[in-house]
Design a protein around this ligand. Structure first.
Ligand SMILES: CC(=O)SCCNC(=O)CCNC(=O)[C@H](O)C(C)(C)COP(=O)(O)OP(=O)(O)OC[C@H]1O[C@@H](n2cnc3c(N)ncnc32)[C@H](O)[C@@H]1OP(=O)(O)O
Length: 229
């Protein structure tokens, strides 16, 4: 199923999303102060309040809303992030009308132990695993291990990108998202149906990387494409 989601950082973004007729938006807060300032030009509490206000207005008019908590596992400026801090942000966004929360490892430092700690903190604060998604980067090669741990915790939604491209310009030191091909290969092997043809996806990411000049970071895409060349 194809879902189009607009990233909405402020009230003006919500007006533009509503005018476009899109059915789902994403609002974003940061677990850390420094990233909130860099990514949103606001302190952490202001950014959270702004995201909560947008979520409330959007859900009141029937839009689906996903809330993002950035820098949930570590921050390039502040180091380790307290799981309670992540849980506070997540719960505040849920209480403001977000239908789901994506826990973002914006710089890809998280490990399965961190996933367990953050998910436990959110569950302890009253959240449910079926309200959670994971947004993973593969900077330290922990992406698939973190997916596996998340699946065991009952989380079934993951943000990835074809060829592992894409990153936040303010996330110093981060590589791209976990590659969709790598995720699909693992899920296929676990008997979890995604509806995605991994070979067709690898061919698409080769096209995408050729067009953009970005190197393909997916191990699976590189292996499959070598097999067919
Ligand atoms: C979790 C993630 O990784 S998110 C993805 C990556 N990160 C991002 O996309 C960064 C998102 N953040 C931002 O865009 C900015 O920090 C903002 C817009 C939220 C706040 O920045 P500020 O500088 O405080 O906003 P300000 O209101 O002064 O506007 C700055 C410029 O952006 C424009 N702008 C602000 N909001 C919007 C919007 N929703 N749509 C289009 N343009 C906008 C303004 O018109 C202004 O343009 P100008 O310089 O040509 O006049």
């Amino acid at each position: 199923m194809m879902r189009s989601v607009a990233l909405v950082p402020n009230a003006r973004g919500l007006d533009r999303a509503l005018a476009s007729g899109i059915g789902e938006i994403a609002v974003f807060a940061s677990a850390t102060q420094t990233f909130a300032e860099k990514n949103l030009n606001a302190d952490r509490d202001t950014a959270l309040r702004r995201a909560s206000t947008i979520a409330r207005s959007a859900s009141a008019v029937g839009l689906a809303v996903r809330g993002y908590v950035s820098m949930a596992f570590g921050d390039p400026w502040e180091g380790d992030v307290d799981p309670e801090q992540v849980a506070d942000c997540a719960m505040s966004l849920l209480e403001s009308g977000c239908d789901s929360i994506s826990i973002a490892d914006t710089i890809g430092v998280g490990t399965p132990g961190d996933v367990d700690a953050v998910v436990d903190a959110i569950l302890d604060a009253g959240g449910n695993a079926d309200q959670l998604a994971m947004h993973l980067h593969d900077t330290y090669g922990q992406g698939l291990a973190n997916v596996h741990t998340s699946l065991q915790a009952g989380i079934a939604e993951f943000d990835t990108s074809a060829g592992g491209i894409g990153r936040c310009p303010y996330a110093r030191g981060a590589t791209g998202n976990l590659a969709t091909e790598d995720l699909v290969w693992m899920l296929d092997g676990m008997g979890i149906e995604t509806g995605i043809d991994v070979h067709a996806l690898a061919a698409t990411s080769r096209w995408l990387c050729n067009r953009t000049g970005i190197a393909n970071a997916s191990s699976v895409a590189k292996a499959l494409l070598t097999r067919t060349e």
